[in-house]
Design a binder for this molecule. Structure first.
Ligand SMILES: Nc1nc2c(ncn2[C@@H]2O[C@H](COP(=O)(O)OP(=O)(O)O)[C@@H](O)[C@H]2O)c(=O)[nH]1
Ligand SMILES: [Mg+2]
Length: 305
């Protein structure tokens, strides 16, 4: 399966970290005992699965071993898969059939600088265009001159329309123009890029809230999605960013970019375990086609196969 192949190569660093270590441990510890589980715990934590996710997995394995003879440690990969899958099953779900259920479908893309917002917009726009949707992107990051230029490069590359902005222009006014344009041009999807300078500065959150308010005011139901882009290579820090943005704005989905650049892709499990926000997309490279719809079953297979 093509998707699995891409995910697999995107996850190769994490798989090297997690699966390789697990297999080494199995070689050293044929018995699935307390000592084995302690070592396993360290491995899971080192892959950024997080304290909560790790403890769910370990206690899931212990529970099972109380009920039945689960055999030796060679069974551990299957047990890890089962327990990771149940974390995803318990995690927050969204109704994918609602995506693009109304037009214009308005997406606001938020996140700290450098996480991959603009790149993700290019990739998303390409996906929608391939589905024969009319796409408009809006340059609401007016804080850096390069931001608008970079979005323009992506828009040209994939063939999306764009609402430009002036450096320093009120981002909410760009959002206003963009929604009006999206309605009058009968656009299917409007994707708004936003600024991402340090999220600890409350004025950024105020700016984003204002963009959201303007979108709401211009079009009932908008923004239909607020997608937070987080950088998988930043590990647990990405979780605190997600909490921060979610408290301020109400994030409807996460895009986890740069999964290919980290050995700590277990962060996806931590997100599922700790946050009530679904991961919708994962970025697995810098190419326009390197964005995958997140599917937990494929993820677990790609990680542990
Ligand atoms: N390897 C890899 N690089 C990515 C991915 N997504 C974005 N990048 C890179 O991350 C850097 C910052 O991305 P950008 O879209 O400008 O981030 P922004 O500041 O949030 O808009 C760029 O060099 C991108 O090519 C990804 O999924 N994988
Ligand atoms: Mg950007």
């Amino acid at each position: 399966m093509f998707v699995l192949k891409k995910l697999k190569s995107g996850l190769s660093k994490t798989r090297g970290n997690l699966l390789k270590k697990v297999k080494e441990l199995v070689g050293l510890h044929p018995k699935l005992d307390q000592k084995f589980l302690e070592k396993l715990e360290e491995i899971l934590l080192s892959a950024d699965i997080g304290v909560e996710g790790t403890s769910k997995i370990i206690s899931g394995i212990k529970e099972k071993s109380k009920k039945e003879d689960i055999g030796g440690s060679e069974k551990i990969v299957e047990l890890l898969k089962d327990n990771m899958n149940s974390i995803f099953e318990d995690s927050y779900k969204y109704d994918a059939s609602e995506d693009l259920s109304t037009t214009p479908w308005v997406q606001m893309i938020v996140g700290v600088n450098g996480t991959g917002k603009t790149t993700t917009i290019g990739k998303l726009a390409k996906k929608y265009l391939d589905d024969k949707k009319k796409v408009l992107v809006a340059a609401c990051d007016t804080f850096r001159a390069a931001a608008g230029e970079q979005l323009e490069i992506w828009a040209k590359r994939v063939g999306a329309d764009m609402v430009r902005s002036q450096l320093g222009q009120d981002p909410a006014s760009v959002a206003f123009d963009a929604v009006k344009a999206a309605i009058s041009r009968k656009v299917d999807v409007l994707i708004a890029d936003t600024a991402g300078r340090l999220h600890t500065k409350s004025n950024l959150m105020e700016e984003l809230k204002k963009i959201k308010r303007v979108l709401e005011k211009c079009l009932s139901g908008a923004p239909h999605e607020i997608l937070l882009v987080i950088d998988a290579t930043t590990g647990q820090n990405a979780l605190s960013q997600a909490k921060f943005f979610n408290d301020a704005l109400g994030v409807s989905g996460i895009v986890l970019a740069k999964l290919d650049g980290t050995a700590k892709g277990g962060i996806v499990v931590a997100i599922a375990s700790e946050l009530k926000i679904p991961v919708k997309w994962v970025g697995v490279g810098e190419d326009v086609s390197d964005l995958e719809k997140f599917d937990s079953k494929s993820f677990v297979e790609a990680l542990l196969e």
